[in-house]
Design a protein around this ligand. Structure first.
Ligand SMILES: [Zn+2]
Length: 189
């Protein structure tokens, strides 16, 4: 989390943008699933204000420790946690506990604090590689408040997610339409 917190700070500084109050920036985190340090994204959310619920953060699923900050009208900024720094951090005792399957809250506090301090005190240029991605294309579907009631369960569903079955709108679970959920439910995202 401290890695992501600082990664977000660096991305904001380079992109010349303040912590998002509304919807002015997007954080595309390059983490995947099934590998350590994915909580980096929690730190990115904390520092940038690009939160999951506001759909301002997306996971690209590359399995890399990097974040791309997209601010409309500006070139995108990519911040990567330098390989050398990842190697240095990996020598921290904290990660030998993690590799043995010890949960973070069960690791002795002073051991965890040492790892946090390494991250918080490292000079930015030693920690991160920063680059601009002027050609990166990223856009969102236009938002709409329109919603319909599912013909089967009676619950509201935002219109773009309704599926027409036999002439009636159904929500995705009632329709049996699985494509939208299959990636998430099968852990294939
Ligand atoms: Zn339904």
């Amino acid at each position: 989390m401290p890695i992501g917190y600082r990664m977000g700070k660096t991305a904001m500084r380079v992109a010349e943008v303040e912590r998002a109050r509304d919807h002015g920036a997007f954080a595309l985190v390059e983490i995947g699933v099934g590998h350590p340090q994915t909580c980096m994204a929690d730190g990115v959310m904390a520092s940038t204000g690009c939160t999951y619920g506001k759909l301002m953060i997306e996971r690209l699923g590359y399995g890399k420790m990097a974040t791309i900050m997209v601010v409309p009208g500006k070139p995108a900024v990519r911040v990567y946690l330098r390989s050398e720094f990842q190697d240095e951090l990996a020598t921290q005792e904290f990660f030998s506990y993690r590799k043995r399957g010890v949960e973070p809250s069960e690791i002795p506090r002073e051991v965890a604090q040492r790892a946090v301090d390494v991250v918080l005190n490292a000079p930015e240029e030693r920690m991160f590689k920063v680059e601009h991605l002027p050609d990166l294309a990223f856009s969102r579907p236009k938002g709409t408040f329109a919603k319909v009631k599912c013909h089967q369960c009676g619950e509201y569903v935002f219109e773009r997610y309704a599926r027409m079955v036999g002439g009636n709108p159904l929500c995705i679970p009632c329709s049996g339409f699985t494509e939208a959920r299959s990636e998430v439910l099968k852990g294939q995202q």
